[in-house]
Design a binder for this molecule. Structure first.
Ligand code: UD1
Length: 372
């Protein structure tokens, strides 16, 4: 069986790492294809190195552009790749534009698609990732769900239950495999802050950073927090801060730094008193590391983190952010359980299903345009 694994952006990399390791150990024939959606070393190369992901067999180098162009260029490049190497299965992770392009290219060629992280729903169709999640799930043959809620979402959308497999959260496997390395990093010392005496913040979603006034309110609330706020800045956020000179007059407790590598980020998170974020993955990582999280969004697809009491959604205004930080600081030590199957066996559960069910394709793919 030949599997094509596709990645494109930073949040894909921690998800693919345990999968390629498990495939290599099981001697599965796989190819790793990178669309090149993320290309900066900080968002990409550093993660390959730290997580031991092999160099991709192919990098399409699509880079940044509008959603349509980015998805379209990945779709064209991946279709050519699938024609050439004829995989029996295309495996995609997460919900970025590259995930959608890969799933669509494969489905149109009648190659089965496996989606890892299937069934998450924010129910907000204004989010590009929500569109990607829904479309990818509906063209996939193997839907690997991280939670029972995700399984239920897929059932409600009429997806055949034989295609759905509740395997747990692949992000948990990466985290548990790297816990030992995180312990020896202790990044917070570089910022001159003490363990549990600082907050970590990440903000990069378009609805929070593309609106300058909203971003100004966020930064202002962070700067007035009762503890130092270490803020690794995504390039999208950095460009906005720079172009609108948003740091003028904002200082206080805000400590900006460039994007962190995976181990740096996990070491920062693990020792934090509180996490403020609009990222999906960070909500899960905070939950696993037992650090309370406040999510600066109206909704989340990671609903389990809310249900078990690890996470709260907060309105994105300065008074609301400041109030929520104060309440969280005052509430002391809050405990919650680790969600079911968020463990270090997820990749193996996935591979067991695939090895049992995927049939090698014996017919050559046909078509005209993409073979030119
Ligand atoms: C993408 C994903 C998002 C994910 C995020 C994590 C989609 C729809 N969005 O958003 O789900 O949470 O990655 O990082 O796929 N840029 C760089 N260097 C890079 C990559 C991007 O400077 O290596 C800049 C680009 O110039 C662009 C901005 O960051 O202006 C946005 O990049 P893009 O890939 O379009 O989306 P993200 O916001 O990173």
């Amino acid at each position: 069986m030949k599997i094509a694994c596709v990645v494109g952006a930073r949040p894909n990399l921690m998800k693919i790492a345990p999968l390629v390791r498990t495939m290599r150990d099981a001697k599965v024939d796989y190819r790793l294809i990178h669309t090149g959606q993320h290309y900066d070393y900080d968002l990409d190369g550093a993660f390959f190195k730290e997580l031991g992901i092999p160099t991709p067999d192919l990098n399409l180098g699509i880079g940044s552009s509008s959603h349509g162009r980015q998805t379209g260029e990945a779709l064209i490049g991946l279709e050519k790749e699938f024609y050439k190497n004829q995989p029996d299965l295309v495996l995609v992770v997460g919900d970025v534009n590259s995930t959608l392009a890969a799933a669509l290219a494969a489905a149109k060629l009648d190659i089965p698609v496996a989606h890892v992280e299937a069934g998450y729903r924010s129910l907000d169709r204004r989010m590009p990732e929500e569109i990607n999640r829904v479309l990818v799930d509906h063209v996939s043959e193997f839907l690997f769900a991280p939670t029972q809620d995700a399984v239920d979402n897929l059932g409600r959308e009429g997806i055949d239950k034989d295609k759905i497999h509740f395997v747990g959260n692949i992000m948990a496997e990466t985290l548990f495999q790297n816990l030992g390395k995180i312990e020896i990093r202790k990044k917070h010392k570089e910022f001159g802050v003490e363990c549990k005496r600082y907050i970590v913040a990440t903000i990069h979603r378009p609805e929070n950073v593309d609106d300058i006034e909203r971003l100004r309110e966020i930064l202002s609330a962070f700067s007035e927090a009762p503890l130092p706020v270490i803020f690794p800045v995504h390039p999208r956020t950095g460009k906005q801060i720079e172009s609108a000179r948003l740091l003028a007059g904002v200082n206080g407790h805000l400590r900006l730094t460039g994007p962190c590598s995976y181990l740096e980020m996990m070491s920062l998170l693990s020792d934090a008193a509180l996490v403020l974020t609009d990222s999906g993955g960070v909500q899960e990582e905070a939950c696993l590391l037992k650090v309370p999280c406040l999510t600066l969004r109206n909704n989340t697809e990671r609903t389990i983190t809310i249900t078990i009491g690890a996470n709260r959604l907060i309105e994105v205004t300065k008074p609301s952010i400041s109030r929520a930080i104060g309440e969280s600081m005052a509430s002391g030590c809050v405990k919650w359980p680790t969600p079911e199957k968020w463990d270090a066996q997820v990749a193996w559960r996935i591979l067991t299903v695939l090895l049992g069910e995927v049939k090698p394709q014996h017919h050559a793919l046909t078509g005209t345009d993409a073979r030119q």
